[in-house]
Design a protein around this ligand. Structure first.
Ligand code: ATP
Length: 240
């Protein structure tokens, strides 16, 4: 079964065609990169997959469930981390994770397991006991990623997960995503950093002015366009 099937998806905001006829399929267990410049339609697409925004027309299925008609079923299976997500700054990291685990756990034992898993993912050591307002951006992102993954979602949707982070923190976040996906979780990650997506993704799609202009396995795209990296592929595919 495909994890995500998008057919003829459109989203207009007044006269703006934010998403202009997208169709794509994402296989189960795949890390799929949605790449495009600012304003291309990445966030709008991700928000529709995450049931937070209604399509103007077209359909999206997540593990066979329609995001509009079966949005509750979809929400049980996914986790969405928006680019601008924040955490309650006055809480300690550990208390934030405990609080969030309460939403997912069926009983006390379950809750402890979920928290333990989140601690493993966050890798914040003793700093987990400090208040979130004392964290660096990279530490907050790790905490949020731990929250997004603590309940084993089948589909993880990440909007620009490393934006604003330095090289080392970005690398750590990317490795964390790759490690996690080995367990079978499907991941959709958006970015305007094409080199980052190239490193992360099994397959990518380029989005430009709300349309998918090219998609495929990074190595195959590099071959097709005689390019050294996905940035060059993007530039060449736009000029076609
Ligand atoms: P970025 O990399 O800058 O985050 P993006 O690829 O995620 O860009 P979107 O945020 O999906 O792009 O925006 C696509 C287009 O839709 C843009 O022209 C944007 O201005 C417009 N848009 C998005 N949300 C709204 C909204 N709520 N109201 C009006 N226009 C919107």
């Amino acid at each position: 079964m495909q994890a995500v099937i998008i057919q003829n998806l459109y989203k207009n905001f007044g006269n703006i065609k934010a998403v202009d006829g997208i169709s794509l399929e994402i296989a189960q267990g795949e890390i799929f990169g949605l790449i495009g410049p600012n304003g291309a339609g990445k966030t709008t697409t991700l928000r529709m997959i995450a049931t937070l925004l209604k399509p103007s027309s077209g359909t999206i299925e997540v593990f066979g469930f329609n995001v509009e008609k079966e949005d509750n079923r979809v929400r049980e299976l996914i986790s969405y981390l928006p680019e601008e997500a924040g955490a309650y700054k006055n809480l300690r990291g550990i208390d934030y994770l405990k609080f969030m685990a309460g939403f997912y756990a069926r009983n006390g034992n379950d809750k402890n397991k979920i928290i333990e898993k989140a601690l493993e993912i966050a890798r914040l050591g003793n700093r987990i006991n400090d208040r979130i307002r004392t964290y660096s951006k990279g530490m907050v992102r790790k905490l949020l990623l731990a929250r997004a993954l603590m309940h084993n979602p089948k589909l993880l949707i990440l909007d620009e997960p490393t934006s604003g982070l330095d090289v080392m923190n970005s690398l750590e976040i990317r490795n964390l995503i790759i490690d996690y996906a080995k367990g079978g979780t499907t991941v959709i990650v958006s970015s305007h950093n094409m080199l980052e997506v190239e490193y992360l993704s099994d397959r990518v799609a380029f989005i430009h002015n709300g349309k998918i202009i090219e998609s495929g396995v990074p190595a195959e795209l590099r071959n097709k366009y005689q390019a050294e990296n996905l940035e060059q592929v993007f530039v060449k595919s736009i000029r076609q």
